[in-house]
Write a protein that binds this ligand. Sequence first.
Ligand code: 5RP
Length: 218
Amino acid sequence: MNQDELKKNVAIAAIDYVETGTIIGVGTGSTANYFIDELAKIKSKIDGTVASSVATAERLKGHGIRVLELNVVDDISVYVDGADESNKYLHLIKGGGGALTREKIIAAASDKFVCIADESKLVDILGEFPLPVEVIPMARSYVARELVKLGGQPVYREGFTTDNGNIILDVKNMQIMDPVEVEQKINNIVGVVTNGLFAARPADVLLLGTKEGIKTLT
Ligand code: 5RP
C-alpha cells in the first residue's frame, strides 16, 4: 500500500466521526482532500462545512457541499484535518500547506478535532519537519532574528502568500521538547500571526493509516 492509499483509507475512517445534521470543519492538504471526496458521498446528511482555506472551500463547493463563514456558525461538531507531524500526545506540527492560522482557528472553535494522517507522520519528537510560522510581512526580518534567538533557523517561503495576505517562515533545526511552551513563546513574538504547533489545543483523536489498518490514538 502506498502513502496515498494510506491517506485515502484514513479519510474514509474519519467519516465515522461525522454527525448527522451538524456543521463540519474541514482542513487543508492532500489527506483532507480525500476526506472532502468522502464527505461528498454523504453531503445530504450534514448541515454544512467551514473551510480552513480558499482551496478547501473551492473543492467543497465543487462537490456541491455547502460552505459557511465561521462567523455565522454557532457550533462545529468535528474538525477533520491532516498534519505534518504528530507525537503520541497528539501535539501536531501543521502548516505545510500554509493554512495554519485558519486551521488553528477552526480547531479552536470545534468540539472535537480528528487528525488524519499516514503512519509516517507519527514521530517521537516534533521538529524534524520545519515549523511554519505565519508572519505579518513588515515584521519578517525582526521575527526571523527572534526565532534565531530561540534556536531555530528560519527560512522564508519564497513566492508564497497565505490566504490572509501574510508570509511564512519555515523554522528548521527545532527539537521541540516542550511543544506547549514553544508554541506560546513563538506566538508571543510581535508580528507573528500564529505558528504551526497545535499543542495548547492538540487533536482529540489521531487516526493513523498503516499497512495493517487504521490505528486510533486518543
Ligand atoms: C496544511 C496542513 C496539512 O494538514 C499538512 O501539511 C498535511 O498535508 P498532507 O495531508 O498533504 O500530507 O497543515 O496547512
